[in-house]
Ligand binder design. Structure first.
Ligand code: SF4
Length: 248
């Protein structure tokens, strides 16, 4: 489909978008509702060029988007928020993506190692205050990266959770002061996996071992048949999101 190009890259990080600019972002999003993810990524590259980045935790959606970026914009800066608590399987997925597509996802880390961090907090902070742990080891790091960009892409989908049900294809992320693009927002889990299988996209092997959603090792468990796909994240607590994809 032909997508008319209006430019969003002039939106300033220092002056949040006004009503007219927010309307323009929403208009782009509506037009892109019927586009394929590859068209959305190409549109984002056209809009933001080297001011566009992507964060991935190597979930199925992220791996799929990386396979598309490899064809559309292989030089794009892509990063992983490496908390220091990720599964070995997740880290090896990064290597397999690099081997297949030539994209070595960069690690972005907190200034303190896990050992220094746990010494500072007198133990594993995720056991005492998982909210603060995520804010420190994920959000703070993303804020640092975001300062150099105008837009970021993520792999979130509307049907992953009630929190994500209203995810636009393109929106203004006021937390990180970036335009946020979610090329798979209106795809289903089935669509994502069909494409992964069809295109032989490398994915985290933990998905075949009962982990539909993989985060940090201490905060992720396998789920039972019929459980929600995010039930294994921060299981036993009221926390359902790390805060990267929520407004507050
Ligand atoms: Fe810390 Fe768990 Fe959040 Fe990872 S998911 S940053 S270990 S609280």
């Amino acid at each position: 489909m032909a997508i008319e190009m209006w430019k969003l890259r002039d939106i300033s990080k220092h002056e949040p978008p006004d009503e007219e600019q927010l309307d323009e972002i929403a208009r782009h999003s509506r037009v892109l509702e019927d586009a394929q993810p590859e068209e959305i990524i190409a549109w984002a590259v056209e809009q933001f060029s080297d001011k566009l980045t992507m964060a991935t935790a190597f979930g199925p959606e992220g791996c799929l988007i990386l396979s598309m970026i490899a064809k559309i914009a292989p030089g794009m800066y892509v990063f992983n928020l490496d908390t220091g608590y990720q599964f070995e399987e997740t880290l090896r997925t990064r290597e397999r993506i690099a081997e297949k597509y030539g994209i070595l996802v960069d690690y972005q880390r907190h200034e303190l190692t896990v050992r220094e961090f746990e010494r500072l907090h007198e133990g594993p902070l995720h056991q005492i205050d998982s909210g603060l742990c995520c804010r420190e080891r994920k959000l703070k790091v993303l804020h640092r990266v975001a300062a150099d960009y105008s837009a970021w892409m993520s792999g979130i989908r509307r049907d992953q959770s009630p929190h994500r049900a209203n995810t636009p294809i393109v929106g203004w992320d006021k937390k990180f002061k970036l335009v946020k693009i979610s090329p798979l927002a209106n795809w289903t889990k089935e669509q994502v996996w069909k494409r992964i299988v069809d295109d032989k996209v490398p994915y985290n092997p933990l998905h075949d071992q009962g982990y539909p959603s993989v985060g940090c090792r201490p905060c992720t468990r396998a789920v039972a048949q019929g459980e929600d796909e995010r039930a294994g994240r921060w299981s036993g607590s009221r926390k359902t999101e790390c805060g990267l994809h929520t407004e507050d």
